[in-house]
Every structure is written in structure tokens, then in C-alpha cells.
Design a protein around this ligand. Structure first.
Ligand SMILES: NC(=O)c1ccc[n+]([C@@H]2O[C@H](COP(=O)([O-])OP(=O)(O)OC[C@H]3O[C@@H](n4cnc5c(N)ncnc54)[C@H](O)[C@@H]3O)[C@@H](O)[C@H]2O)c1
Length: 327
């Protein structure tokens, strides 16, 4: 069987494509290359250049590659941009998803995985966020992920598809330099950018009710994130069609503060990563750490890598794209 990967040229999709191929799976991908990068693609992989909003391109991809399962990564993912352009986010993330689901239902595809996000939880007031923690997304991006989960589950029920929605926490690192994150939206690349430009990294607020006053997050290596998809794909393949309907966190269950992360980055890069304190950003919760119990119970998956490995691999990727950064 072939898995169709939407957004397979992206940061996380690119890792999943690589791990699926390494696991002996057949893969085709569809990507509009709006943020994707061709250098992430393994030689010989089948690529359809097109949008998830293009029903004809999706139908063709499903038919020509005899697709039996879809892993849907393609989406916009910038929280601030989603506040400024809600129509864009609902179109790309919801209409795009619905178009893929309609093509899947009509094409007889019975397995569907959806990239969701910890953004569905908003500002959770708990030590460990379980999948039962109430969801109160704080921005259109998080809303599209929560509504997306509902749409996926509804399609699964009606059309007899097995479905899995995976809520990623703070993804970092790279399996190999060419697969690394090219954006500077997440903490680790944002800090690299500041350090290599000769500027101090910013800490947005140091008066949160946490041990050192800075925000605490659950950082997860992208290779671990990808391996959770392989486990989910296997589960959907072995279960009877329509039997699986899961929503699962992907995290390590371990909180790391922004200050602790800066210490690790300083050690790994050799730069002085002492942060400069800036005002809090609106909407930043003090602590968001996953409970990773359910995914372990359902898929037998747990994370292997720690923050040192995330930062070291992300730094290798950064240096390969920015020669001269390394000290
Ligand atoms: N990176 C993170 O920390 C993180 C955290 C939580 C959730 N997510 C979710 O994971 C998914 C992948 O994120 P990523 O970090 O790999 O992002 P990315 O921007 O690197 O990858 C997205 C990929 O989708 C493609 N794409 C975007 N819109 C498309 C469309 N309409 N049609 C076809 N292709 C399209 C892009 O060209 C790119 O290759 C997204 O759904 C994102 O919301 C990411």
C-alpha cells in the first residue's frame, strides 16, 4: 500500500517521509512548496506538485499511486499570522483538510492521520496536559487544529476510516542536517538566529509562576515525533478499517524552562546564550507539558532523545545552512 503525505517537503513531513521509506513503506507526496524544501526529498520519491485545495490533483495522486492511507501535514502554522489573517488559516487548514478528506472518502482511502498541535489546549492550568484536558484554543491557528480534529473524527465515523490526530508539543532538532527546520518561529532556531547575529536571545517574561520564572515547555525531538507517526501508521494498517479513532499527545512528559534551554544552547554552540529579559508576550502560557501516557499505552511509543540531542542536531542543521556560524 502507498501512503500519501501532504506537506511531505516540510520540516516534520520530510522526517516522516524519510522514516516511512526506511521502514520499507511506499510513499508519494503532495506539496505546494509554499514553505517546503525540495532538498529534504529523498531521490526517486513520487512528488505531486499541487495544493490540498486542488481536488483534481488530489484525486489524481490517490488514483495513480493507489493510495490507501493519508498523512496530512500541509498547513499554515504561524500563530501571529493566523490572528492577522484568519480567512487564510481557515481556508488552508480547514478547507484544505476537508478537500483532502473528501478526496480520501471518494477514493476509498481508509486510513487518515492528522497533524494537530498543543495549541488546541490554549492556556492549560494543569501540571501535565492529558488528552482529556479541556481545549480552549487562543488563536485561529489553534482553532483550526481543534476543528480539524473534529472534522477528521466525523469523516472517520461516517466513511469507516481509521483516524489518528497527533497533538505535537514543541518540536525541535533534526534527524540529519538537510531535514532541519528552515523557519525561525520556534525557540531553538530563534535563539540561533539571535546568537549568530551577535545579539542576546530574548526571554519573554521571567516572572511566571515557574521555578526560574521563565515559561516551561515540553520539547520533543523531531525524530521521535516522526517515529510516533510510523507507530500510528502501523496501528492503522493492522486494525480493521474504521476501528481506530485516536487523539494523542506527542511529548516527553518533561518540562524544560526557557532559561534551561538557553543553558543547553550555550553549552552546545559555544556562544554566550545569556538571555535578555523582554516583556511577556500576550497569550504565552506559563507551563505546557504533555502527559505522554496515552500514546505509550495505545501505540507502545515513547520518546528516546533528550534536549541535548535536540539542540546539537538542530545546531548541525543550522550550521549546514549558515556556513560560518560555528565557533
Ligand atoms: N513545527 C512544529 O513545531 C509544529 C507543532 C505543532 C503542529 N505542527 C503541525 O505540523 C504540520 C507540519 O508542520 P511543519 O513544521 O513541518 O511545517 P512546514 O511549514 O515545514 O511544512 C508544511 C508543508 O506543507 C506544505 N503546504 C502548506 N500548505 C499547503 C497546501 N495548501 N497544499 C500543499 N502543501 C502545502 C508546505 O510547502 C510545507 O512543505 C502542520 O500541520 C503544523 O501545523 C507543527
Amino acid at each position: 500500500m502507498t501512503w500519501l503525505i501532504t506537506g511531505g517537503a516540510g520540516y516534520i513531513g520530510g522526517h516522516v517521509v524519510r522514516q516511512l521509506i526506511d521502514a520499507g513503506e511506499r510513499v508519494a507526496l503532495i506539496d505546494d512548496f509554499s514553505t517546503g524544501d525540495r532538498t529534504r526529498l529523498p531521490a526517486g520519491v513520487a512528488v505531486v506538485e499541487g495544493s490540498t485545495l486542488d481536488r483534481a490533483a488530489l484525486d489524481r495522486a490517490i488514483r495513480e499511486h493507489e493510495v490507501e492511507g493519508i498523512l496530512h501535514f500541509a498547513a499554515k502554522k504561524q500563530v501571529g499570522e493566523s490572528v492577522e489573517q484568519p480567512f487564510l488559516y481557515y481556508r488552508e487548514n480547514i478547507t484544505g483538510l476537508q478537500t483532502v478528506l473528501e478526496a480520501a472518502a471518494d477514493g476509498g482511502v481508509k486510513r487518515f492521520l492528522f497533524s494537530s498541535s498543543a495549541a488546541v489546549y490554549g492556556m492549560p492550568d494543569v501540571d501535565l496536559v492529558t488528552e482529556d484536558t479541556p481545549c480552549h484554543p487562543m488563536n485561529p491557528y489553534g482553532e483550526t487544529k481543534l476543528a480539524g480534529e473534529w472534522l477528521v473524527a466525523a469523516a472517520g465515523r461516517t466513511y469507516g476510516m481509521s483516524t489518528v490526530s497527533l497533538r505535537y508539543f514543541n518540536v525541535a532538532g533534526a534527524q540529519s542536517p538537510e531535514l532541519s527546520d528552515t523557519g525561525v518561529l520556534n525557540l531553538v532556531p530563534m535563539v540561533f538566529e539571535r546568537l549568530t547575529a551577535g545579539r542576546a536571545p530574548r526571554i519573554f517574561g521571567d516572572d511566571y509562576p515557574t521555578a526560574d520564572g521563565t515559561c516551561v515547555r515540553d520539547f520533543i525531538h523531531v525524530s521521535d515525533t516522526a517515529s510516533a507517526h510510523i507507530a500510528a501508521a502501523r496501528r492503522m494498517r493492522t486494525d480493521k478499517a474504521g476501528e481506530t479513532s485516536l487523539v494523542l499527545n506527542i511529548g516527553r512528559g518533561e518540562g524544560v524552562s526557557v532559561k534551561e534551554m538557553l543553558d543547553v544552547i550555550g553549552r552546545v554552540t559555544g556562544y554566550d546564550a545569556t538571555g535578555e529579559v523582554a516583556p511577556r508576550r500576550p497569550g504565552d502560557p506559563a507551563r505546557v507539558v504533555a502527559s505522554a501516557d496515552l500514546i505509550h499505552k495505545e501505540l507502545g511509543w515513547s520518546a528516546r532523545y533528550g534536549v541535548e540531542e535536540m539542540v546539537a542536531s538542530a545546531w548541525d542543521g543550522w550550521c549546514s545552512r549558515h556556513p560560518g556560524a560555528r565557533r
